[in-house]
Ligand binder design. Structure first.
Ligand code: SF4
Ligand code: ZN
Length: 308
């Protein structure tokens, strides 16, 4: 018997397949896996009107897998978009033994792609590294980091003159967040559209990889020789996300398409509640003037706790 007969073949060209898309039942060769992923990202961008002519898109480039794939895919799609330019923003939170390596990886990627690059560190912007700020409050690491990084990214995007801020959130991240909001009973966050801000003071955020799974991103990087094994953040350890991630992976394996169905449910809920604004009205922080829902924005509230 010909041993080659057992090798799965690409559903589009019959070459040996490298990727099996369980939800569509298709096998894809390396060339068609790459084009399929890029075509789906382009379709998401078009359907959601994420990028329009004249946009300057700032890509939040941590140097990790998702943001690396995002910048590579957007650079590849760029020539088809009229007047659109790309710039990468890297935030160095100051996490010893972790961030240095990913920052190096980000530097070498922008160099090879020829993309303009801006680096911003927590130390420059807030006066201290994340490691310094977290002394004695390590359990709050991701909350503190998230608030500060959001501000750092917006600052970087503004300095770079960007009109959109693109992040590397993938399908797995988005599906996990939907389920986490349900499990926490956080309905307003569940129906909140990312980037929605009537004040016009925020640069809209876009997530072009929201329809691409973690596995497909890994495949994309491997096929483009861009896979690098990077260390994990020493603070990572959100117990709820870990549990949800493991549950969703098992469900996705047993019932392909689970994560996509979850995202469709979220979209339907968003549409049904489109008229009913469940958010608090937008106010402005009385210290810094940024849009927020209370008296002070999250960043100014956090800064108060550092001064104690
Ligand atoms: Fe920041 Fe938490 Fe991510 Fe580490 S795991 S980079 S502390 S958000
Ligand atoms: Zn504020």
């Amino acid at each position: 018997m010909d041993a080659g007969q057992d090798v799965p073949r690409c559903s589009r060209c019959r070459d040996p397949a490298v990727l099996f898309q369980r939800q569509s039942g298709r096998h894809l060769c390396s060339m068609h896996a790459i084009t399929d992923i890029c075509d789906r990202v382009a379709a998401t961008i078009r359907e959601e009107r994420m990028i329009v002519a004249g946009d300057r898109v700032a890509v939040a480039l941590s140097g990790g897998k998702d943001s690396t794939a995002l910048l590579m895919i957007l650079s590849r799609l760029m020539p088809a978009w009229e007047g659109v330019s790309l710039v990468a923003i890297t935030i160095d939170e100051g996490i010893a033994g972790y961030r240095d390596e990913t920052v190096r990886s980000a530097d070498s990627l922008v160099h090879s792609l020829g993309v303009e690059h801006h680096n911003i560190s927590f130390a420059d912007l807030f006066g201290n590294t994340l490691d310094e700020l977290l002394k004695g409050r390590e359990k709050e690491a991701c909350t503190v980091c998230g608030i500060l990084r959001k501000k750092a990214l917006v600052t970087g995007a503004e300095r770079a003159g960007a009109t959109k801020l693109a992040t590397g959130h993938n399908l797995d991240d988005e599906a996990q967040s939907v389920l986490m909001n349900v499990l926490r009973g956080d309905f307003s966050r569940l129906v909140r559209n990312s980037g929605a801000d009537s004040s016009g003071r925020f640069i809209p955020r876009i997530k072009p990889l929201m329809g691409i799974s973690e596995k497909e991103i890994a495949t994309y990087l491997l096929l483009n020789n861009a896979w690098t094994d990077l260390p994990e953040c020493p603070y990572s350890g959100n117990a709820l996300r870990r549990g949800v991630r493991s549950m969703l992976s098992t469900l996705e394996y047993r019932h392909p398409g689970t994560m996509l169905h979850l995202m469709e449910s979220k979209k339907k809920i968003e549409r049904d509640y489109a008229g009913a604004d469940t958010r608090d009205p937008i106010r402005h922080c009385r210290v810094c003037g940024d849009p927020c829902s209370g008296e002070l924005c999250q960043l100014c509230l956090l800064k108060k706790t550092f001064r104690r």
